[in-house]
Ligand binder design. Structure first.
Ligand code: SF4
Length: 369
């Protein structure tokens, strides 16, 4: 983008005095980039950015962590996970706590590390903590292909895989419910004095759309009359997306501002690989409960690879944690009474403070730097 164009956009966004705008990003990398680029400070106070449930670690329920901890303490089992997940607490312990007490937990950068370990150590069961959105699921499909090719029978996945459209539908329905309730009380949404402001547009996740295509948001955009813009990850790209969403208020459309990576139909090879191994299921989201059809589970013909992923629905948030309200955009992280006091990145109380993609983590760092 030319400097003059960027200046016009910045000027528009800082001086905007139209109807209140509330934009939600549903991608942890967008959350981090918005903060790193200082974008909130460039916007008029009539444009509010909120983070939705776009960080996979943040939306994982306590029952899932508890099951991982249980598996890690089994004599013949090793649990593998990406780094962020290790510090997320279950109802009592995190995987890091379990490891400190002697459980077998390994942090890895790729699931393929586990495949190699499973080949070398046939006496143990190797369980991968398969957490993620549409972006990560193809990696697990490749991992399973590899395990089948190598005839490994000691490889398992504990799945907590989520899909985007259903949770966004849930958020839109929540907004409609709240609006109806406000109306019954005679209040106007967005009015001064703190009445609820519904989401007016979505910064659609660039990484997810690289796999699924931007088309997955078309029905939602039409149904709820909201704009979705697929965004890249640089500060300029995000500013352009925010500008587009402010201009497109009230229009039920999908735009793709990340065409170098995202198409309307997505990566069909990756989708086929996922479809071979996984089928839709109901899934539990931290603080949101069970959302129908919002997850993926191993198909029955691959059940031998499952480490017991069914019925991991319980979610016991630790005392005072407001992650549920943060993840649904009802409060900003600093409105949680524990923020920065009991809960910090070095000693996280809730999941949103653990991951580098978590909104509390990013909000804390933004305030302190
Ligand atoms: Fe949860 Fe900590 Fe965020 Fe509060 S500050 S919502 S306890 S992660």
């Amino acid at each position: 983008m030319k400097k003059e164009q960027l200046d016009i956009i910045k000027q528009f966004l800082s001086g905007y005095d139209g109807p209140p705008v509330k934009l939600m990003e549903v991608c942890g990398t967008h959350t981090a980039q918005i903060v790193r680029n200082g974008i909130p400070s460039m916007l008029s106070d009539r444009i509010r950015l909120i983070s939705g449930p776009g960080c996979p670690v943040c939306v994982t329920v306590t029952a899932y962590i508890d099951r991982l901890v249980e598996l890690a303490f089994k004599e013949d089992t090793i649990v593998y996970a990406f780094g962020d997940l290790l510090r997320v607490r279950g109802s009592r312990y995190s995987l890091s706590d379990a490891k400190a007490q002697g459980a077998r937990v390994k942090m890895v950068y790729s699931p393929m590390e586990m495949i190699q370990a499973a080949q070398e150590d046939g006496s143990r069961t190797h369980v991968f903590a398969a957490v993620g959105f549409e972006t990560t699921t193809p990696v697990y499909a490749v991992m399973l292909e590899e395990a089948i090719e190598k005839k490994l029978t000691n490889v398992r996945l504990l799945t907590s895989l989520k899909t985007m459209p259903e949770v966004i539908r849930w958020l839109c329905e929540e907004d409609l419910r709240t609006m109806r309730s406000l109306k019954e009380q005679g209040k106007t949404p967005g009015e001064e004095g703190g009445a609820y402001q519904p989401v007016t547009g979505f910064i659609a996740p660039g990484h997810v759309c690289a796999v699924t295509g931007s088309g997955i948001f078309e029905d939602l955009a039409k149904e709820y009359g909201l704009p979705f813009i697929v965004s890249g990850f640089s500060g300029e790209e995000l500013l352009l997306t925010i500008y587009g969403l402010v201009k497109d208020q009230g229009k039920g459309i999908v735009r793709n501002f990340y065409p170098s990576v995202v198409t309307r139909d997505g990566n069909t090879d990756a989708e086929k690989a996922v479809d071979r191994f996984f089928a839709p299921c109901d899934a539990a989201w931290r603080g949101m409960g069970v959302i129908p059809g919002s997850g993926l589970v191993l198909r029955p013909e691959f059940a031998a690879f499952d480490a017991g992923s069914e019925d991991l629905l319980e979610d016991r948030l630790s005392g005072g944690c407001r992650c549920a309200d943060v993840l649904t955009g009802r409060i900003s992280p600093s409105q949680c009474p524990l923020f920065g006091k009991v809960c910090t990145p070095s000693d996280p109380h809730g999941a949103c403070m653990v991951s580098q993609e978590g909104s509390c983590f990013n909000s804390y760092n933004y305030r302190h730097h």
